[in-house]
Design a protein around this ligand. Structure first.
Ligand code: OXD
Ligand code: MN
Length: 599
């Protein structure tokens, strides 16, 4: 039986997709989401009454401290993206590149159809029509995802524009993204996230985790998005978007790309340290970039929410996010795999407070032993919260044309070698620097801690095609721009010989943004060095900052030995592309080598 949450005359293509899915998945019921407030209340209600995998899907949290907020605990085998089970299934294997797992699309389809057959028996199929981007914008895109998870359906409502408005657009359009998702039995041996860029289709089975299951996010907006960008001359990027306002009222827009555990979300919601400056938030994860009619680079955030890592978030580290999380009115906020403080029924995670509450349930549902070495919240526990709650949300977030970008920031976590900040000499040099972006692994990710992992443009897990062609695409976009944004590299994480961070980070990072503004506005010069343009130390505003003498010079220094080692590592990394890299990048590397040899 099909229950329609709204629109009566649905488009034929959407209707036939739903019919096809009913045929394949055999749900007991079908519900087409309309996006209404009543629908959200209803879904929350059902979630609080239903069990999946022996757990309640949702539990209400303290209504005063965290209004309209719900707790979800996942299967302990399903707590993060599973890159080894994520595939790009293009006709040509080379097209997907060595940065992606590849499977023949015919074999992949057959495999997935077998998993999906009848997987929604006894369940409801939620049909989620969604828009990524502002409705009516030339840059927005539509899709339809089916899922058997209420948690996923509710999360999609937070992260994208779900409902009748999307259905109406889809009704009048020839093509839309199709996403097929079922949590199945959450068995990691039967878990696959298959992308079919040529068909504008993703099939995801066996996981309810955000990056695997909210198909509008990483799957569509980045992997399929980057493919569409290649075909249609734009870029889908793993980037924050912020506007930095100076005391004269002028706002300059920046993009920022950082691999995980580098403070990306903190930068997106930063409170500057200086009076008169303000940062406006437009996005914390994904940016779609287009060349405007004026030759400038414009950015939109296709999403409507934050799917943020909870541990480390606090009133000290990210007060704006804490206000976002406690300021909820319209959209339900979800907390996943945090611990629960039983004294007041609030979510808790490592770093939220200095004092660890004494009566807690850990993320797996057991009493938390205060003497345990294990964290109470999962290191990748998350909140899913509407961007409309964010007190620093920019008015320009709603601009269908996006915002013009003046600066692009790339950053990684590096205890040595990489200076606090430097600037690329031009677009091609910036693409080179972004292509060699590296970050040290932290305990939050599996594998060895402290090794430098290269993550070009922070897009390695998300580029839906061969990275070699992606670099060329970046270079080509630059050639079409009339107004080229400046490209900056940052490293907030340099350590001294005792292993202490040399830069305070957090709000003090606004000092570096201020220097970038000055560079963009042509107010200050920079020093030409082997690696790019470095600040004249006096041009970094350190007023009120208690840095020990010499530290800023150290943070901005270039150590020849360390860079020679770095160059060897870059050489090794570049070899993994089998000599297919664009010449421009190879030339940049040669120039870097030559400059150090001449030194
Ligand atoms: C994310 C990620 O969840 O980058 O945003 O993994
Ligand atoms: Mn991300």
């Amino acid at each position: 039986m099909m229950k329609n949450g709204g629109i009566e005359n649905m488009c034929n293509q959407m209707e036939s997709f739903i019919n096809e899915m009913q045929e394949l998945l055999k749900p007991d019921k079908t519900y087409i989401m309309n996006g209404s407030q009543h629908e959200a209340e209803n879904l929350v209600d059902i979630g609080m009454k239903s069990q999946f995998d022996d757990r309640l899907v949702l539990r209400e949290l303290n209504t005063t401290k965290f209004p309209n907020s719900y707790y979800h605990r996942s299967n302990s085998n399903d707590v993060a993206r599973t890159e080894h089970l994520t595939f790009v299934c293009t006709q040509d294997k080379n097209f997907a590149g060595c940065n992606n797992n590849w499977m023949n699309p015919v074999i992949a389809t057959e495999k997935m159809i077998n998993l999906f057959k009848g997987s929604m028996k006894g369940r409801t199929m939620y049909v989620i029509p969604f828009i990524m981007g502002v409705p009516g914008s030339q840059y927005s895109k539509t899709g339809v995802q089916v899922t058997d998870s209420i948690y996923v359906a509710l999360s999609m409502r937070i992260m994208s524009r779900v409902g009748n408005e999307a259905t109406t657009i889809i009704k009048n359009s020839a093509c839309f993204f199709r996403g097929i998702h079922s949590v199945g039995d959450v068995n990691p041996n039967r878990r696959f996230i298959m992308h079919f860029p040529e068909k504008n289709l993703v099939m995801s089975f066996g996981s309810g985790y955000g990056g695997n299951a909210l198909l509008g996010k990483k799957c569509y907006s980045l992997r399929i998005g980057s493919y569409m960008g290649l075909k249609e001359n734009w870029l889908a990027e793993h980037m924050i978007i912020i506007g930095v306002q100076s005391p004269d009222g002028n706002i300059v827009y920046f993009l920022g790309a950082f691999p995980s555990a580098c403070g990306k979300t903190n930068l997106a919601l930063l409170e500057p340290i200086f009076k008169g400056y303000k940062i406006f938030t437009l996005g914390d994860d994904i940016a779609w970039l287009h060349i405007g009619a004026d030759g400038k680079l414009y950015a939109i955030n296709p999403e409507t929410g934050f799917f943020g890592v909870a541990p480390g978030t606090s009133f000290k580290t990210n007060p704006i996010m804490m206000r976002t999380l406690t300021n909820n009115k319209f959209f339900p906020t979800l907390f996943t795999n945090t611990a629960i403080n039983n004294t007041d029924n609030t979510p808790w995670w490592e770093g939220l407070s200095d004092i660890i509450p004494s009566n807690m349930t850990n993320w797996q549902g057991y009493n938390y032993d205060l003497h345990s070495c294990e964290p109470a919240a999962h290191p990748n526990s998350r909140f899913t919260v509407s961007i409309y709650n964010c007190p620093t949300l920019s008015q320009e977030y709603y601009n269908p044309n996006g915002v013009p970008i003046s600066g692009i920031i790339f950053g990684g976590r590096r205890s040595d070698t990489i200076p606090l900040v430097y600037e690329a000499t031009n677009w091609s040099n910036g693409v080179f620097l972004a292509s060699i972006l590296g970050s040290e692994t932290t305990a939050a990710a599996s594998g060895k801690v402290g090794c430098v992992r290269r993550d070009p443009m922070a897009m390695l897990p998300f580029c839906g095609y061969n990275m070699v062609n992606y670099f060329q695409h970046w270079l080509n976009i630059g050639k079409q721009l009339k107004n080229i944004p400046k490209i900056f590299m940052v490293n907030w994480f340099r350590k001294d010989e005792q292993g202490n961070f040399m830069w305070p980070g957090f709000r003090d990072n606004s000092r570096i943004l201020k220097w970038m503004l000055d560079r963009i506005n042509g107010k200050v010069d920079a020093i030409e060095t082997e690696i790019g343009l470095l600040p004249i130390p006096n041009n970094i505003d350190t007023d009120g900052l208690n840095l020990k003498p010499g530290i800023l010079h150290e943070l901005l220094s270039i150590n020849k030995e360390a860079w020679l080692k770095e160059i060897l590592m870059i050489d090794e990394f570049y070899k993994t592309f089998n000599n297919k890299l664009p010449n421009e990048l190879k030339l940049n590397l040669q120039t870097l080598k030559r400059k150090f040899q001449e030194k």
